[in-house]
Design a protein around this ligand. Sequence first.
Ligand code: FAD
Length: 260
Amino acid sequence: MNIVLLVKQVPDTYSERKLSAADHTLDRESADAVLDEINERAVEEALLIKEAQGGEVTVVCMGPDRATDAIRKALSMGADKAVHLADEALHGTDAPATAKALAKVIGTVEGVDLVIAGNEATDGRSGAVPAMVAEVLGWPQLTFARKVETDGSAVKVERETDAGILTVEAGLPAVVSVTEKINEPRYPSFKGIMAAKKKPVTALSLADAGIDASEVGLANAGSQVVESAPKPPKSGGVKVTDEGEGGVQVAEFLAGEKLL
Ligand SMILES: Cc1cc2nc3c(=O)[nH]c(=O)nc-3n(C[C@H](O)[C@H](O)[C@H](O)COP(=O)(O)OP(=O)(O)OC[C@H]3O[C@@H](n4cnc5c(N)ncnc54)[C@H](O)[C@@H]3O)c2cc1C
């Protein structure tokens, strides 16, 4: 099985995340950057499939130069090689253009059977890129998977949505996105961390990937943030002293907030 893993470097959720005052895009320099946790689960799932069936796992990432740290983490967990699309012109690229760019990069990897992604990134949170990638490639999409099975010619997933759990199946090649219920990701071993330093990472510019600069970037995004303001600080809240009627007061408060 030839698996492509889509991974994104995101600001650590424990850091304070800010939007840039200049163009309202995410200020990536102001926060520590990590491999998105959902992508660690995607890596784990790809490795489990590779361990059962053999093959190769190629990491594909679009992001700034420092996204190599996220790529190395995926490689240290056990992925084999990586392709990194990095170009200044990509700053502010929206979800559809991200998907088109990722599809181009996937096209540089030979004989792909399966693409595995996270269902939703913790920064952009559109939860749309994997489906859009599938659309651009013309491949079936099996999103929100909490269980994945493949025999090398087809893939079957349990797809969990608010409406219930569906079992869906498609022939390969296909695109799968996984939820946080899929597995518990492994920690990279010391040996894995050392080995990752020597694994090949191919750096591509837009031109290398055959992407026209007029299709990406903030100026070509389909939507625009026109204004943004920091979240107001939390207020002190309401203290309820229980003198026999505390429960009633809590119920009244919740009803007033339309939470009951
Ligand atoms: C008005 C507006 C402003 C925005 N501003 C910004 C901004 O300033 N900065 C910003 O980062 N985003 C911004 N976005 C979101 C931007 O569209 C996304 O970052 C990007 O297109 C990916 O979408 P997502 O993060 O929501 O991915 P999702 O669809 O939530 O990601 C799901 C999965 O797709 C894969 N994936 C997604 N992106 C990548 C990638 N780059 N490389 C490899 N795999 C990937 C991963 O497996 C990920 O787990 C903005 C969106 C809108 C609508």
